[in-house]
Design a protein around this ligand. Structure first.
Ligand SMILES: [Zn+2]
Ligand SMILES: [Zn+2]
Length: 261
């Protein structure tokens, strides 16, 4: 298969050390994962630095930089300046993941909103696509994208999309994308299977969100990019397609979106 894992966290802390990250990248290659995007967001500014370092080490790994809603409250003006400078690095192809998480509420909602708005504007200025993390924001993420004209830039993808078919349709009608994770293989994920069946294939990515969300039959173990093929297989089964065509379509979509030739 020809696969693009559009969202993973190849973070040294999650994969023990540098050798652990390198070994996971190697296993992914053997499984047909030709491209990976490692997310430089979620563990403070250090996450952005580490993501860029991984992308520098591996020619088939690219990086994003951004501020996760979880640590929005910790960010300083110095962090902003460093992150925006890193966004100019040739291996950095997106801003995010950013957005709102009202499930965990790890940062106060008002700060989450402000930090999210700021990043949407930054992405527009820097001319980079936007990766969204949205959990239980009740549509506020979409509203802010509308208000800040986020859709009009280089593009928007909702990673690990857990919303309804109606929300998916709203995203697609705004020229956005949805990314399907390994949750689609979980027993109680009926809504996601419906989304994965009905979303236009040309508006879909697939991802692992490694080290999280390990698909069936590996649940309980650490996830890694090598397993993104299981997502392609599930989506193919739902849509009555072969896995290779789902792999190739989502590979092309993500490559175009991130501007990787
Ligand atoms: Zn996320
Ligand atoms: Zn993530």
């Amino acid at each position: 298969m020809t696969l693009f894992d559009s969202h993973c966290h190849l973070d040294v802390d999650a994969f023990d050390d540098q050798a652990g990250v390198d070994a996971a990248v190697e296993r992914a290659r053997e499984a047909g994962v030709v491209r990976m995007l490692t997310i430089g967001s979620g563990y403070g500014i250090a996450a952005a630095r580490r993501a860029v370092a991984v992308a520098e080490r591996h020619s088939d790994v690219w990086a994003s930089v951004g501020v996760h809603p979880h640590d929005a409250k910790e960010w300083t003006p110095e962090d902003w300046a460093e992150m925006e400078a890193m966004a100019g690095h040739e291996r950095v192809v997106a801003i995010g993941e950013m957005g709102l998480d009202f499930h965990y509420d790890n940062s106060p909602r008002e700060i989450q909103r402000e930090v999210f708005r700021h990043q949407v504007r930054s992405a527009r200025t820097l001319d980079l696509p936007i990766i969204i993390h949205d959990r239980e924001s009740q549509g506020e993420t979409l509203d802010i994208l509308d208000q800040e004209d986020g859709w009009a830039g280089r593009g928007v993808v909702f990673h690990c999309f857990t919303g309804t078919v109606a929300t998916m349709e709203r995203i697609v009608s705004s020229d956005g994308y949805v990314s399907i994770p390994g949750i689609v293989t979980f027993k109680n994920a009926e809504t996601m299977r419906e989304v994965a069946t009905r979303a236009p294939l040309e508006r879909m990515f697939i991802e692992t969100d490694s080290p999280f969300l390990t698909p069936v039959p590996f649940r309980g173990r650490r996830n890694e990019p090598a397993r993104v093929g299981l997502v392609a297989e599930k989506v193919a089964e739902l849509r009555g397609l072969d896995s290779e065509s789902v792999a190739l379509a989502t590979y092309d979509n993500a490559s175009r979106f991130f501007g990787i030739n």
